[in-house]
Design a protein around this ligand. Structure first.
Ligand code: GLY
Length: 379
């Protein structure tokens, strides 16, 4: 079957130009009911297996699965428990064994329908199943649409930390239906928004300024605002991934706020006490405050960042997390578990201004601990 790679009516297409691993991200309202047709156009009439979670299945599984079922191309549907705790070895084994039992072959396609947990786990299963089968991401959370579904990072968590076991395995197609965001709980939508703001903060001051004006429309899911915000975020991510697929340099900028954020997530036990995007929001505020303290950016930059994130309802300080706060030594120890530790030195993304960030390993542990201690004391 001839595959179509041109524009899709009613969708914005962002191409991720990675030579043999190139693929398109299709962004638009109402794409989910067309997913089987779009997948067929792009990848041929493949047999598929769908992996999703119970919450997403209740809203969207039948819309996706029905056309595949109708023409006998659905090998299996695997429904996992929702939540970060699912991203573990035993669920990975379960998915791989179910896919093999369903007869999934190398020519078939595994479809991840869900948020970041489902995308990461399913992508990793696809990376190792029969030494690699193709997979398609259909992200249903804002966070997954603007970040985790694009760029090929797949994996699971371990007791030592988040995403420490995994592989780079690019999807063959990403279908981001912005219409499905209406079924997201408001808190998850806000958490995903942190990753949208991240793109402005890390490399596009004009986009951040646009968000300051239009975030309200976006959070109300007005189609024009959500389409622009999701498309611009994905476009920025695609360009960075093209230049640095395996994160040896520029891609680290996408981790703005994540060194702090991951430590806070570890402290709260990856629980609903702090969602990933909320940790990123606090982490980005800390990164800008640290940058300001180090004299890298002009006063009031961090206040502007925090004011915007607060206006959309995100936490901006460690003290905003419910319950007893961590101490600075605990946070520093948890940061040491981060993937971004190299030769024992922490990697930070710091800022010269909004939209102008850089990677550094020059901030000493003692300096970071003193900064965290004073930040916690001011809360
Ligand atoms: N979420 C950061 C990255 O994909 O590189």
């Amino acid at each position: 079957m001839t595959s179509i790679t041109g524009p899709v009516t009613g969708a914005t297409t962002v191409h991720v130009a990675l030579a043999a691993r190139a693929y398109d991200v299709l962004i638009g309202h109402g794409l989910l009911p067309r997913a089987a047709e779009l997948l067929g156009e792009r990848l041929g009439l493949r047999r598929v297996a769908i992996v999703t979670d119970g919450n997403v299945a209740a809203h969207h599984l039948s819309t996706l699965a029905q056309p595949f079922e109708a023409d006998g191309r659905l090998r299996d549907t695997i429904i996992l428990e929702p939540g970060e705790a699912t991203k573990n070895f035993s669920q990975l084994a379960h998915v791989c064994e179910r896919l093999l039992a369903a007869g999934v072959e190398r020519g078939d396609v595994v479809v991840a329908l869900g948020g970041g947990v489902i995308g990461d786990l399913t992508g990793f299963a696809a990376a190792i199943l029969r030494r690699g089968v193709r997979f398609v991401q259909i992200p249903t959370s804002l966070l997954a649409q603007v970040d985790s579904s694009v760029g090929g990072k797949t994996g699971i968590n371990s007791p030592q930390g988040k995403n420490l076991i995994g592989a780079f395995h690019q999807a063959s197609l990403v279908i981001a239906d912005t219409g499905v965001l209406t079924t997201l709980p408001a808190r998850e939508l806000r958490a995903g928004y942190a990753e949208v703001a991240k793109y402005g903060l890390l490399g596009d001051a004009a986009f951040f300024a646009w968000l300051e004006v239009h975030a309200g429309e976006m959070m109300a899911l007005q189609p024009a605002a959500i389409a622009k915000a999701v498309s611009r975020s994905i476009e920025m991510k695609a360009r960075i991934v093209e230049r640095d697929e395996t994160e040896i340099g520029e891609r680290m900028l996408l981790n703005l706020g994540h060194t702090f954020g991951h430590a806070l997530e570890a402290f709260t036990g990856y629980s609903s006490r702090l969602l990933h995007g909320e940790g990123v929001a606090i982490g980005m505020c800390l990164a800008f405050r640290l940058s300001e303290e180090l004299g890298l950016c002009v006063p009031q930059t961090a206040a502007r960042v925090a004011a915007h994130l607060k206006a959309v309802g995100l936490p901006t300080r460690i003290a905003d997390i419910a319950g007893a706060p961590p101490d600075s030594a605990t946070l520093l120890r948890l940061m040491g578990q981060d993937k971004k530790v190299a030769d024992g030195r922490l990697t930070f993304i710091l800022a010269r201004a909004i939209g102008d960030t850089f990677v550094t390993r020059d901030v000493t542990a003692a300096r970071v601990q003193a900064f965290l201690a004073s930040d916690l004391a001011q809360s």
